[in-house]
Design a protein around this ligand. Structure first.
Ligand SMILES: Nc1nc2c(ncn2[C@@H]2O[C@H](COP(=O)(O)OP(=O)(O)OP(=O)(O)O)[C@@H](O)[C@H]2O)c(=O)[nH]1
Ligand SMILES: [Mg+2]
Length: 289
């Protein structure tokens, strides 16, 4: 679980006081998500790429369909080639265009990434509460996300789907919560694509976080030109992640330089010793002969 309540580590020393105040304000404010775009108020467009992952039949397509159309996708409508358009929402003066890649899960993660763009700011990881395998396989999906996106820190939402199937439940809510806590995931919720429980609420929380992160990056003067560039900078926990990574890098860089200098120094001493004693040895041998 990422602790979004952390504010202080986020406040960058190089950012001036007024920026820090605005950043604090963004972090603590609540924002409304609107599905109706008021173009007269829109001042910026933010493009976000999302991918939905999880085992086969956990309800990935059904969740997206519910999010887009607010109804359950009938079995005879399901197709592996279902294409979702962009989902447009408005928060304040920003229009956020979310594109979703829905992959039939017979693919491996490599297959997924091969087909879609390598940049992604938002992952939705799904298991089904009645399917143990789909829960156990979360480790695989998380490992793959971390491998490819270690430093990009995309926002990750974990969904336990089919909440309506309480009687068939095999995975407790607490198990889902523990996985979320242990894996640096931003949001977790149990949902039902069938009756729509919790879907809008949890997605809206993610959208607000995406918006806040974007605004904070902007305030910090980062150049955000395109979605793919943003994905590199985008951190679901900007507060500590981006800066910790940078701090760690500088620290490692310094350590490497110090170690190289020590190596060079020791090498020079060795050469001097060789020259000094080498001459003695040669002289001794020469005299001796
Ligand atoms: N009861 C119940 N059934 C669901 C729910 N969501 C999806 N299903 C059913 O689960 C089955 C699989 O749903 P999909 O949305 O196709 O699952 P998927 O993860 O996209 O599957 P793949 O594309 O094969 O990877 C379908 O029969 C859906 O009707 C839910 O919330 N509750
Ligand atoms: Mg599907």
């Amino acid at each position: 679980m990422k602790d979004s309540s952390l504010i202080s580590p986020f406040i960058d020393q190089t950012t001036n006081e007024s920026s820090n105040k605005i950043i604090k304000e963004i972090l603590t404010s609540s924002f409304e998500v609107s599905r109706i775009i008021d173009n007269s108020k829109v001042k910026e467009n933010i493009q976000i790429k999302s991918i939905i992952l999880g085992n086969s039949s956990v309800g990935k397509t059904s969740i997206l369909f519910r999010l887009f159309n607010n109804r359950f996708l009938k079995n005879d409508e399901i197709s592996n080639n279902y294409e979702f358009n962009n989902l447009n929402i408005q928060i304040n003066e920003s229009k956020i265009e979310l594109s979703f890649v829905d992959i039939p899960s017979k693919n491996t993660f490599d297959g997924v990434m091969g087909k879609s763009s390598t940049s992604c700011e938002f992952f939705i990881l799904v298991y089904s509460i009645d399917d143990e395998d789909s829960f156990n396989n979360l480790n695989y999906w998380m490992k793959e996300i971390k491998k490819l996106y270690k430093e990009k820190n995309p926002i990750i939402l974990l969904l336990g789907n089919k909440l309506d199937m309480e009687k068939e439940r095999k995975i407790s809510k607490n198990q889902g919560k523990i996985f979320y806590d242990d894996n640096d995931i931003d949001f977790f919720e149990e949902v039902s694509a069938k009756n729509g429980n919790n879907i809008d609420e949890i997605f809206n929380k993610c959208f607000v976080k995406i918006y806040k992160n974007y605004q904070i990056l902007k305030k910090k003067g980062k150049q955000i030109k395109s979605s793919s560039e943003m994905s590199f900078e985008m951190s679901s926990n900007i507060d500590d992640k981006i800066f910790n990574v940078k701090k760690k890098n500088t620290c490692c860089d310094r350590l490497t330089i110090i170690l190289i200098l020590i190596d060079v120094f020791l090498f020079l001493i060795l050469v001097l010793l060789l020259i000094k004693y080498g001459i003695f040895i040669f002289a001794y041998l020469f005299n001796f002969i």
